[in-house]
Design a protein around this ligand. Structure first.
Ligand SMILES: Cc1cc2nc3c(=O)[nH]c(=O)nc-3n(C[C@H](O)[C@H](O)[C@H](O)COP(=O)(O)OP(=O)(O)OC[C@H]3O[C@@H](n4cnc5c(N)ncnc54)[C@H](O)[C@@H]3O)c2cc1C
Length: 421
């Protein structure tokens, strides 16, 4: 049976960032990374809209996103690794009531964002005052202006993962793809070879991982399996504290989409900002390579919690729920078409919508990214590494610090996040 100091379950962006920082910190560690898919970044990392921003209502989220963004910028700008990173901004279209929120004032006073006037949005092609019939029927808000975040944009998560994976392959880290961990079971520390072990009074630990290709032994297991964490931890009687929800992306192609896509608002940029509509949380992401835009939304009611293996997008959801709203603000999009679509899951921390990074015996868990796991992955990897080393304080890439236990379960200190999109 292969034996490792650490087995990481999941070769998505979280598992790879965790492996990268662990190995960097402790080069002597014998690490294995296991994934049920044929390669890295095939789970929700591949389904992401892949926007990044440092605009969050909670300070800890601003920290972990800000420092991860700084690390990705370092890779792209200093090390010349092309992550497809554009600093095209995030544009929150808002009515006057929302523009007057405390969070907006905080972002402006911290130098993170500015207000864009209604006129500039009209120039981009937006109808800022939908007809009263549409407003009434579709529950729409006016667009009185927008908040434009500076340290925000789009990125290619598979390229970040490719960087982490390549770096890890330069070391002695072992990768096991097409390998599914079936369950996590505690065993007695000292076997008595008596039927029914482990008994309540025995010291237990989780060292033996049963997988589709055989057993592995690990001193520590790190679970970075996103929504599938719940099923894995269920088998060991541990609560993941997260629930999965399907999230869909629709690629929209056509001349009006292409024209809007190339309408930049940030200096030296060639593409529109990642845009959040004023109603129902619909988002639109430019895709420079294909001159298309992606449309997505985090819909809540009547969307069941689920953890499907291969969630399917619903064309009728675009037609009936998204398109009527889009058409009210961008009537020219009536001539566009859905050229492709896909679906993944958000793994929601349903309490404060921020990652959990916690330890339970010799299992470490990083999950609950709540729709922002790409933009925070580097910091989460560092926090996992700290938790492994039993360090109380984690130093992030940009030199800022977080208390490691703040992101845990027992001594958690994370306020509810209100900017989840
Ligand atoms: C539609 C959509 C839009 C999004 N938009 C954004 C965005 O704009 N910005 C952003 O930052 N985030 C966004 N996200 C969230 C982001 O994609 C996730 O937070 C992130 O990808 C989570 O990474 P992960 O490595 O934790 O999970 P995953 O990438 O899902 O990796 C988990 C891995 O674990 C493996 N695994 C699971 N169970 C087992 C098992 N039993 N045995 C072996 N392997 C196993 C899986 O195969 C998978 O590869 C979006 C997500 C979706 C679905």
């Amino acid at each position: 049976m292969p034996e490792f100091d650490v087995v990481i379950i999941g070769a998505g962006i979280t598992g790879l960032a965790a492996g990268y920082h662990l190995k960097h910190e402790k080069p002597g560690l014998k690490i294995a990374i296991i994934d049920k898919n044929r390669s890295f970044a095939q789970g929700n990392t591949a389904k992401s809209a892949a926007g990044y921003r440092d605009l969050f209502t909670s300070r800890i989220n601003r920290k972990i996103s800000g420092s991860s963004i700084a690390f990705y910028k370092h890779l792209q700008q200093d090390l010349k690794i092309d992550l497809g990173m554009h600093l095209n901004g995030y544009l929150f279209l808002m009515d006057s009531r929302r523009l007057d929120q405390d969070a907006v004032r905080t972002f402006i006073s911290e130098g993170r964002a500015e207000i864009v006037g209604e006129g500039s949005l009209k120039d981009m092609g937006y109808v800022t005052r939908p007809s009263s019939d549409e407003k009434h029927l579709l529950n729409l808000s006016d667009i009185d202006g927008a908040l434009l975040g500076y340290n925000c944009g789009i990125i290619e998560p598979d390229r970040i993962c490719s960087y982490y994976e390549k770096e890890l392959r330069k070391t002695d880290v072992s990768f096991f793809y097409n390998t599914e961990v079936k369950n996590l079971k505690f065993e007695p520390q000292t076997r008595m070879n008596y039927p029914g072990e482990p008994f309540l009074w025995q010291n237990m630990e989780m060292r033996n991982l049963e997988t589709s290709t055989g057993s592995f032994r690990a001193e520590t297991t790190i679970v970075c399996a996103d929504i599938w964490t719940t099923a894995l931890l269920n088998s060991a009687g541990i609560d993941s504290h997260v629930r999965g929800k399907k999230r869909q992306v629709f690629r929209i192609t056509g001349e009006p989409a292409s024209a809007l896509m190339s309408h930049a608002l940030r200096p030296d940029q060639e593409v529109m900002p990642f845009t959040i509509f004023p109603s129902h949380g619909i988002v639109m992401r430019p895709e420079p390579g294909s001159s298309s835009v992606w449309i997505s939304v985090a819909d809540d009611y009547n969307r069941p919690f689920e953890e499907e293996e291969d969630p399917k997008p619903e064309p009728e959801f675009y037609e009936n729920s998204l398109f009527p709203v889009i058409r009210s603000y961008l009537p020219q999009f009536s001539s566009c078409r859905v050229s492709s679509m896909w679906a993944g899951h958000y793994s929601y921390n349903t309490i404060d919508k921020t990652h959990y990074v916690f330890r339970e015996g010799n299992i470490i868990v990083a999950t609950g990214s709540s729709g922002s796991g790409i933009m925070k992955a580097d910091a989460i990897g560092r926090i996992v590494s700290s938790l492994y080393a039993d360090r109380k304080i984690t130093r992030l890439y940009d030199g800022s610090f977080v208390k490691t236990s703040d992101m845990g379960v027992e001594n958690r200190k994370v306020p509810p996040e209100h900017m989840v999109i």
